[in-house]
Design a protein around this ligand. Structure first.
Ligand code: B1M
Length: 216
């Protein structure tokens, strides 16, 4: 069976051609290609390339957003076939922009990159209180919380999230990743978070790396 369709899916995804990706994914399913292969060799491969290019400043936010839209079209098409074919999520991540902060473009990129790596994302949106993060941890079996902050006045909310998890006895259950323009590795260490990522692609890589080691 020809595997050229995977390259076509990857290429169209990188070009942000959502309709083509949707049609190609359906065509691949209809011609008997393995669902896991369509996901990994087509969709995820394409998103991986975009992630790397974004990290290297070879493409910018608009390109990532349209590629992510194409990715979503592809995964939506594939979703009904996934459960029956045994494709499982690589892990679950809770994402949100912290309380008092309404900036969500970076957070949405993080979400897209995580999904692009095959992780399941629970998006709490913006202006998320520490209580909401804690509630989400209680209600889900997510192993990672990813907090975004764009304001120097809101980044301290991340410390509150870590403290709230400790107070609720949940700190061992979940890793906390922090990021956003004013956030640094030093800040991460100071507040007792687990991971810092300077950009969305690195955030997804950190989460994947964590889930890989946690599975060993
Ligand atoms: Co605002 N804003 N803004 N703003 N805004 C900034 C952040 C600011 C730097 C502008 C400036 O003054 N030069 C400044 C912050 C200053 C500071 O605190 N140091 C600022 C301010 C002051 C404000 C207001 C207070 C303005 C006012 O009302 N007086 C206000 C605050 C509102 C609030 O949140 N309560 C405000 C409002 C807004 C808008 C609503 C108008 C709009 C947001 C729209 C939206 O998000 N839907 C907005 C915007 C667009 C910006 C700028 C121009 C762009 C931010 C952005 O989306 N960048 C920004 C100036 C700038 O950055 N040039 C600015 C693109 C995005 C892809 O980058 O979010 O940094 P970023 O994400 C990056 C990384 O940081 C990282 O990955 C991404 C790249 O891959 N990342 C993570 C992000 N989250 C991560 C999480 C991770 C890992 C990586 O792991 C968990």
């Amino acid at each position: 069976m020809s595997t050229a369709i995977f390259d076509e899916i990857s290429l169209n995804l990188q070009q942000g051609r959502a309709k083509n990706v949707k049609d190609l994914v359906q065509q691949a399913v209809d011609t008997g290609h393995n669902v896991k292969d369509i996901l990994e060799k087509g969709l995820l491969a394409g998103m991986d390339i975009i992630g790397t290019k974004f990290k290297n400043n070879e493409v910018y936010v608009p390109e990532v957003l349209i590629a992510a839209r194409a990715m979503k079209a592809g995964t939506d098409t594939l979703k009904p076939y996934m459960a029956s074919s045994g494709v499982v999520s690589a892990g679950k991540v809770i994402v949100g922009t912290v309380k008092g902060d309404l900036h969500d473009i970076g957070k949405n990129l993080v979400k897209m990159m995580l999904e692009g790596k095959g992780l399941e994302v629970i998006d709490l949106g913006v202006d998320v209180s520490k209580e909401k993060f804690v509630e989400a941890v209680k209600g889900n079996d997510a192993g990672v919380i990813a907090c975004s902050a764009l304001l120097t006045t809101t980044m301290s909310e991340m410390k509150g999230v870590v403290e709230a998890l400790v107070a609720e006895g949940l700190r061992d259950k979940v890793k906390v990743m922090v990021g956003g323009a004013p956030v640094t590795e030093t800040f991460k260490n100071n507040i007792g978070a687990d991971f810092y990522a300077p950009d969305a692609a690195s955030a997804a890589e950190e989460a994947v790396k964590y889930y890989k080691t946690a599975a060993v």
